[in-house]
Design a protein around this ligand. Structure first.
Ligand SMILES: Cc1ncc(COP(=O)(O)O)c(C=O)c1O
Length: 357
């Protein structure tokens, strides 16, 4: 039998010893005179439950609904205030400031390094291989490992390069790191990719943690809800650390609406539209003067390199469009990241780059 206690033994000792905060009892059928709330709704409050009441401290129904949607048991899912909060929670729970480390593979999503630095954890960088289409090399990564590394962050599809990382390589890494470190795969954009989620592999690779979000394909960025999927022991540890009431009542209600069959159907249709638009915009950009390279994308954005990225930025801005300037990132001195918008917005983007200077 496999020894799985390492999943929590590698966490910070204080967190392992922590007793979770005891929040007010949750019995929605009874009159609440135990949480110092106001008995009347605020003006304009159109929520179902009433915002004068605290939401459920650890939202069990929401957890169950998201777990069934993502295909795991409810003990394998933790919902948080966006995947940003879950990244922070992992680092705070597993990394001792001044001692432990995370590995990131730049260019990648900036929050892994920011959250690690806030915690005082070391950030080891194993760059993706640009010449191999921003592939990650598990062998080079293995060479960087030191005993302090507790978390390896991989983003697939990766922000900002747009490509999916190699699935066998990720699983091989999770296997190789068993007993030492968790491999966290951020799948914020997986709905826009051909490749399936790695969630089903968690059972065989207990050190694998998958992050999902409602912010992208489900159109709920403003609601702030993400989900961490992992082994029940990891989820139970993190549940001690997450703030009670992390997911607000308005968000809980919005997520339930987004999981209704009609909403899911609409989300699937929008993802299909977006993928078609991605192909159209990529092809048109590749033909545009001054564009050096449009990187293939499995996400809802394109990484584009320009002869003169400053001029491209200025032209899109003059057309009333914001695109992401990546020029300060290592190896991306000529790059902008462009989100795929509606057909009209994409047309506007293309014509802003086409119009004479
Ligand atoms: C790769 C990646 N992960 C996580 C996030 C944050 O997601 P959330 O809105 O769930 O906090 C983003 C946001 O852009 C992202 O690009």
């Amino acid at each position: 039998m496999r020894r799985l206690s390492w999943l929590t033994e590698i966490a910070r000792p204080e967190i392992r010893a922590l007793k979770a905060y005891e929040h007010a009892v949750w019995e929605p059928g009874l009159i609440r005179l135990h949480a110092n709330e106001l008995p009347w709704r605020a003006c304009g409050d159109s929520s179902i439950a009433g915002l004068n009441r605290y939401p459920e401290p650890h939202p069990h129904q929401l957890t169950a609904a998201l777990a069934s949607f993502y295909g795991v048991g409810p003990d394998m899912l933790l919902a948080g205030r966006g995947s940003d909060e879950l990244i922070d929670l992992l680092i705070r729970s597993y990394c001792r400031g001044g001692q432990d480390a995370v590995i990131i593979c730049p260019p990648t999503f900036g929050m892994y390094a920011v959250a690690a630095r806030i915690q005082g954890a070391r950030v080891l960088q194993v760059p993706l291989q640009r010449d191999a289409g921003y592939r990650f090399d598990p062998v080079v990564l293995g060479e960087q490992l030191d005993p302090g590394v507790k978390l390896v962050f991989l983003c697939s599809p990766n922000n900002p390069t747009g490509n999916c990382l190699d699935r066998p390589a990720i699983l091989g890494l999770a296997h190789a790191l068993e007993g030492r470190a968790l491999v966290v795969v951020d799948e914020a954009y997986v709905e826009f990719a051909e490749a399936p989620s790695l969630t089903a592999a968690i059972t065989d690779h207990p050190g694998l943690v998958v992050l999902r979000t409602l912010s992208k394909a489900h159109g709920l960025a403003g609601a702030r809800c993400g989900a961490l999927l992992g082994h029940a022991a990891v989820v139970a540890l993190l549940r001690k650390v997450i703030q009670p009431y992390a997911v607000t009542q308005l968000t809980i209600e919005a997520v339930f609406r987004s999981l209704e069959p009609a909403a899911l159907q609409q989300s699937r249709e929008r993802v299909a539209t977006l993928r078609a638009e991605r192909a159209r915009v990529a092809a048109a950009l590749a033909e545009s003067d001054g564009v050096l390279k449009v990187w293939p994308s499995d996400a809802n954005f394109l990484l584009v390199e320009f002869q003169d990225a400053a001029a491209a930025l200025q032209r899109t801005h003059a057309a009333g469009l914001l695109v992401r300037d990546l020029r300060a990132a290592a190896g991306l001195a000529r790059a902008l990241r462009i989100s795929i918008g509606s057909c009209e917005q994409n047309d506007r983007l293309l014509s802003s780059l086409r119009s004479p200077q």
